[in-house]
Each structure stands twice: as C-alpha cells, then as structure tokens.
Design a protein around this ligand. Structure first.
Ligand SMILES: [Zn+2]
Ligand SMILES: [Zn+2]
Length: 243
C-alpha cells in the first residue's frame, strides 16, 4: 500500500486483500420475520454460495405484533431461526451472528440493529420494546453491546438523539425501499457516527450486493462488535469499496 500512484482498480484489490472476510450485517429470515421470503437455513446457504464468511441474522423483534402474537411465541419464533441458521452455518462453514432489529412502541417506524445480547435476555428486551429508545439505552443497554439506527432516512423515520446510538446504517441497499443513502451518509458524518452498510436481505436474488469486510473473521458477536466500534472494516457495495 506504499505506492500512492495505485490505480483505483489496483487499490480496490489491495484493500480487498487486506480485508478479506465478507460479512452481511443485516438479514431477515422466514418465519421469524414475516416480511422475509427466505428460511434461515436457505439464507445461510445462499450467502455461503455468494462468497460470504459470516452473516448476522437481524430478524424483526417487535412487541404486540399481530404476526408473531404473544411474547412467548415472538421469542420462540425468533430463537428458532437463530438456532436453524447457526446449525446450518456450522455445517457449511459460515459464521452466524445473533443480531436483532428492534422497534420501540413510541416510534413504531424506526428500526435499530442490535448486537451483544444472550438469548435468555430476550424476555427483558421484549419488555423494553414497550418503552422507548432512551429508556432502553439508559436502563438496559450494556456498554459492550452495539446499537445502530437502521436506514434513518426512509419514509416516516425519525432521527433520534445520536448520543443514544453507536452507529448509523448510512448505506442500506434494500432493493424495494428508498433509504436516501446520500442524505443518511451526510447525516452520519455530521453527527460523527460510525457508518455501516447492510443489504437488509429479505428476498432471493439480492444477496451479494453489499458486504462489511474485515481483516479477521470475528469468532463471535463480541469480536464483531469490537471490529465495528474500532472501525476496522471497509464497506463494499457492488464489488467496489468505500473507505
Ligand atoms: Zn422486514
Ligand atoms: Zn431490516
């Protein structure tokens, strides 16, 4: 990387070699996410085939949802997809990280990607969904966890006090939504927040559009969180990299 006259093509290759591992940080499986068409085992297989080394399962975790019903059922469906994804990942040789996409009662269009919890914390997290982001962060969220506002400039989203967030998903490349990524990137930069990228995968055929590239393959959620918090990653969209 010493040659400053590297062509963009060469520089892209060099950065890809320096950050060889490809992760997806935002993906939904069926049936845990009613909007996803892809079962958890199929989702993991598809990302493995698309050249990924790890995938974070970030299913919607919503209280009082007509789709998932009771608290018990919501948690049950959520956990089942994580187990199936992890089992498949172990078989195929691709890491599966447990994430979630949280929605709080008072701003019911806003979504937050959340990492760094254990499955036995889900009942408590569920109860906090009936409060608001501020209460959750101040009363419950651990320093070691990671909270990212997803696609903050989609229709009907509200920007929150960014002190409550660790990062902003500036580049959400879901094919069916306008996430206004330019505005989101400008906002994240102005707020001085870490920017992340995510495919927000729900439908077959859209795997591989974006990736988070790392130097090492995080062995668990806490390694993933520290890589993101230390900003030791690069973002890839359409095979090109954003530094
Ligand atoms: Zn969805
Ligand atoms: Zn999502």
């Amino acid at each position: 990387m010493s040659d400053i006259m590297l062509s963009p093509k060469k520089a892209t290759e060099e950065f890809k070699n320096l950050y060889p591992y490809r992760l997806e940080l935002h993906a939904h499986s069926s049936p845990a996410s009613g909007c996803s068409e892809v079962p958890a085992d199929e989702l993991v297989r598809v990302f493995k085939e698309a050249g990924y080394d790890g995938i974070a399962l970030t299913n919607h975790f919503i209280a009082n949802s007509d789709y998932t019903g009771s608290k018990e059922n919501t948690i049950e469906m959520f956990k089942k997809d994580i187990y199936l994804a992890q089992e498949t990942g172990d078989k195929l040789g691709i890491k599966v990280y447990a994430g979630a996409e949280l929605r709080f009662h008072n701003h019911s269009n806003n979504d937050y990607l959340f990492f760094g919890y254990t499955l036995d914390e889900l009942p408590d997290i569920f109860d906090y969904l009936n409060t608001d982001l501020e209460t959750f962060v101040k009363e419950y969220k651990k320093e070691s966890s990671l909270l990212i506002q997803a696609h903050p400039f989609r229709n009907n989203m509200i920007r929150m006090n960014s002190d409550l967030l660790d990062a902003i998903e500036a580049f959400n490349v879901h094919q069916n939504h306008n996430s206004r990524v330019a505005v989101a990137a400008k906002y994240a930069a102005a707020e001085g927040k870490i920017m992340t990228v995510g495919s927000d995968y729900h439908h077959p055929g859209f795997e591989g559009i974006s990736a988070t590239r790392t130097k090492t393959l995080p062995k668990d959620e806490s390694e993933l969180i520290s890589i993101i918090k230390n900003e030791d990653f690069i973002m890839e969209i359409g095979g090109r990299i954003l530094l």
